[in-house]
Design a protein around this ligand. Sequence first.
Ligand code: SF4
Length: 236
Amino acid sequence: MTLLKSQVAEKIPWSGVLISVQPRIRLSRSFDQRNHSYLGYTLRVRGRIGSEARDSLLGVGEGAHAKHHFRVGNTASGDALPLADPRLETVEFYKISNLKVSVHEVDEETQPPPWRGAPPPLPVYRQRGHRRLAARTYQDKCTSCMWGCKMAVEMIIDQWNPSARRYRTETFCYGPRSCPLYQSGPARKVPGRHGMSYTEEDWVDDGATSHRSFDEYYSQGTTEIPRHPGPDFVEV
Ligand code: SF4
């Protein structure tokens, strides 16, 4: 198939300072079942996108992060495509090319929380597990923390009719269970067939994170993160 020139999306140049680096993860829900797709990392960039001066959200892959170790304070530039389906991601732009990243230019480390170091590899997030995080808390206190994540959520309403889907966003925390900024917010409900709904109770979060001690190493104020998951981690 030959595309007309007007049908080909053009990449947009961007540049600025990274004010947040968080995991880029999509959550799929089907009533009480859930699955995660680990897409890479989300860069929140304060600078220019095309001709506009504003903050923008850009998606990068795991390989780019392994190479550049993105962190708050870096300056970066490149070209990016607008997202094809905004329901499936919380970033606005992706498929970045001509990526250039400067060295870290933050003079003073601020004491966490929030944690603003270079985020760990994605298997570390999977191994740690998450708790729900109140949307307001995320917005007010956690957008710059590497343990915070705003996920695009795709919900299959009827497993016998998988084409019936709905979309929304949810916020989560992968950070220390002792973080003083943490607020869970209300339990989340997942719509199902025939008007039913499933409420995700607190025990789900406990089950996902109780393998970590309450006062784990990360709560001591360090941003030093192991580059590899623990020996009991199994890639699936
Ligand atoms: S609540 Fe979670 S995401 Fe927010 S600052 Fe604490 S560890 Fe980071």
